[in-house]
Design a binder for this molecule. Structure first.
Ligand code: NAD
Ligand code: UDP
Ligand code: UDP
Length: 307
């Protein structure tokens, strides 16, 4: 079962699991996605799509749960912040309850946002983070922190087989063109010949991981020995300023677009870079796709979508 399976990362995960020979139940309420991401799988005999909101209980028989359901971009998760916290907390309780009854392994896609605006750089998993609990990002950040708490309490209290990964900024084909994330915004603007919107001075950094690498990490984590619970960072340590990203997108698209400076959003983290020592050592995982190559593939996708 893949909750959030119709989303950007979830739909790539469904593809991979089908390729690996699994029967896949994709559960999604299409809050921040559309059926089009999984339309190509609809006729497949081992694929099933269920419209369901994970904040409500679900009784099905499964043996592995990838729990991704949660809006992930600031525009989406801030549109209905109360629903975001409900999805993170009630959704995780229901997924964990289901895992408990069926004895399924369960994996949570947590986030680098649990580190907030970090004072430790790069971020290691033992860093507890610096999150504003009452700001506009808190519904997502604190929601995911509570979800992690629930996973580890179900592990301690009910001996569930849990797997917790913290994903850093992920990009690639099937990102929602209007979800406001920086890679999709920049690529769409560049292809449309519009200015790229740089928030603040563009000196803030992010580390961008191509989606195929993240899918390798998710599947490897699910298959890892029982004692590997995480949390484990999954991301690409290559760190770029937002200005550098803008310049690269302009170069790779061959666009004549300029830059348009906008105010920096509240609580926007200044720096972000994963320490992936734990992923290398426990999973033998490291990303393989460089930003330039991943952006080329992403631009190719958006050229088709926007055509
Ligand atoms: P996405 O918005 O494309 O996908 C999330 C999916 O969850 C969507 O299909 C949405 O409709 C579904 N969903 C939301 N609320 C739901 C609910 N109540 N019931 C059922 N389905 C619901 O986002 P994504 O980028 O694919 O993110 C997937 C997961 O990875 C999320 O858990 C996110 O927090 C995590 N993550 C993503 C990134 C990233 O850079 N993309 C970084 C860190 C963590
Ligand atoms: N749950 C679910 N599917 C199941 C089993 C449980 O959706 O197959 C939900 C149910 O709503 C429950 C929650 O998961 O409240 C937590 O389950 P748990 O067994 O931990 O607690 P309890 O049933 O005692 O509330
Ligand atoms: N950003 C930007 N222009 C945009 C969208 C985002 O400069 O059009 C910046 C944003 O302020 C942040 C970084 O890019 O510093 C990454 O933003 P995104 O929303 O993609 O991810 P997150 O902030 O959740 O890491």
């Amino acid at each position: 079962m893949v909750t959030g399976g119709a989303g950007f990362i979830g739909s790539h995960l469904c593809d991979r699991l089908i390729d690996l020979g699994h029967d896949v139940l994709c559960v999604d309420n299409f809050y921040s996605s559309t059926k089009s991401n999984v339309a190509h799988l609809l006729g497949h005999p081992r694929f099933e799509l269920m419209r369901h909101d994970v904040t409500f209980p679900l009784y099905v028989e499964v043996d592995e749960i990838y729990h991704l359901a949660c809006p992930a971009s600031p525009i989406h998760y801030q549109r209905d912040p109360v629903q975001t916290t409900k999805t993170a907390v009630h959704g995780s309780i229901n997924a964990l309850g289901l895992a408990k009854r069926t004895k399924a392994r369960i994996l949570l896609t947590s986030t680098s946002e649990v580190y907030g605006d970090p004072e430790v750089h790069p971020q290691t998993e033992d860093y507890w983070g610096r999150v504003n609990p009452i700001g506009p990002r808190a519904c997502y950040d604190e929601g995911k922190r509570a979800a992690e708490t629930l996973f580890f309490d179900y592990w301690r209290q009910h001996e569930l087989e849990i797997k917790v990964v913290r994903l850093f900024n992920t990009y690639g084909p099937r990102m929602h063109p209007q979800d406001g994330r920086v890679v999709s915004n920049f690529v769409v603007s560049a292809l449309n010949g519009e200015p790229l919107t740089v928030y603040g001075d563009g000196a803030q950094t992010r580390s961008f991981c191509y989606v195929d690498d993240i899918i390798d990490g998710l599947v490897t984590m699910m298959e890892s020995p029982r004692e590997v619970t995480g949390p484990i960072n999954l991301g690409n340590p290559g760190e770029f300023t937002i200005r550098e990203l803008a310049d690269l997108v302009v170069e790779l698209t061959g666009s004549a677009s300029g830059l348009d400076r906008r105010p920096l959003p509240v609580d926007d983290p200044t720096r972000r870079q994963p320490d992936i020592t734990r992923a290398r050592e426990s999973l033998g995982w490291a990303p393989t796709v460089e930003l330039r190559e991943g952006l080329e593939r992403t631009i190719e996708h958006f050229r088709t979508v926007l055509a």
